[in-house]
Design a protein around this ligand. Sequence first.
Ligand code: HEC
Length: 151
Amino acid sequence: MKHIAWAAFALILGSSAAMADVVKPGDVTFDEGAVPAPLTGQAGVAEEGRKTFISRKLGNCLACHENSEMKLEQFHGEVGPSLDGVADRWNEAELRGIIINSKNTYEGTIMPGFYVGEDFPRTAKQFKGKTILTAQQVEDVVAYLKTLKEQ
Ligand code: HEC
């Protein structure tokens, strides 16, 4: 029993230490549409970002975007532009800003803000303060997008 209590305690300590260097949605600083500072102290991992991009439960980016690198994947959407060569069009800060809240880049866009914490009056309790992606997932997706260059 004691073991379990200690394990839980260590887990809480560990996660609060990890939380400490995460920028909260309300604290994100935009420079025009761009967000120059990473949201976490841990560099994004492109391979993880690719999974988030495809996952219907997470980014679901593929529902609206395609890119040739994923031609063999399942269904992809054409609501948004193809992301081929997107890293040549936008720098890292701009890409991060588009994922966090694309409305600062494209007014009135249908692309969701993936790291926006505002609570709307009718937000269901379990979604209050929740973002679609975590800070680390945003960094991972940015890392993945940075690999999409025109060859
Ligand atoms: C509901 C559809 C939709 C979803 C889901 C979506 N986007 Fe978009 N996205 C758009 C649209 C539409 C645009 C073009 C901006 C506009 O005109 O509104 C866009 C623009 C972009 C751009 C700039 C493209 C360029 O070529 O300049 C990037 C980068 C981007 N999206 C990445 C993502 C990522 C990463 C995800 C998933 C985390 C995502 N989008 C999810 C619809 C979507």
